[in-house]
Design a protein around this ligand. Structure first.
Ligand SMILES: CC(C)(COP(=O)(O)OP(=O)(O)OC[C@H]1O[C@@H](n2cnc3c(N)ncnc32)[C@H](O)[C@@H]1OP(=O)(O)O)[C@@H](O)C(=O)NCCC(=O)NCCS
Length: 112
């Protein structure tokens, strides 16, 4: 739910706050899919802020698989207003990479 401290100077949802929520949600999704907590965000494609959201709105973050690589995992993300189902943000591609203890890419072992 969008609260007063999530707003920008135009009194709509601050984009930076939304990106924080998206990265966290997508990282948790990827952790579950890859079976490891040792991942890092590698790439986020163009971000289309389709519609504003306002205080009190409840939003839902939808995530779906896009591609599985050797060390990477790519997803798509769409954020909607839970009540009206209007799309708020759309991101075509977010890539997470599995890493070892030194931060180097490592095979995650998940099949395509
Ligand atoms: C993630 C990181 C370890 C990858 O290192 P790297 O030297 O680029 O590794 P590689 O070139 O071997 O690529 C690793 C994987 O990422 C993919 N990749 C690399 N650059 C990419 C890009 N620009 N877009 C999409 N995927 C990319 C590669 O295709 C590869 O996937 P695969 O193994 O499934 O084929 C390194 O870039 C890093 O530490 N970045 C900083 C991460 C970070 O701090 N994230 C938090 C953001 S604040």
């Amino acid at each position: 739910m969008i609260k007063p401290h999530d707003l920008n100077s135009a009194n709509t949802l601050f984009g930076g706050r939304l990106l924080e929520w998206i990265d966290e949600e997508c990282a948790v999704y990827s952790i579950c899919k890859l079976g490891t907590k040792h991942i890092t965000t590698k790439f986020i494609s163009e971000i289309d802020f389709v519609r504003p959201a306002k205080q009190g709105d409840i939003i839902e973050i939808g995530v779906e698989d896009a591609a599985v690589g050797r060390t990477s995992f790519s997803i798509r993300c769409s954020v909607r207003n839970y009540t009206t189902k209007e799309e708020i943000v759309n991101i075509a591609k977010i890539v997470y990479v599995a890493i070892d203890e030194k931060g180097r890419p490592v095979a995650h072992g998940v099949k395509k």
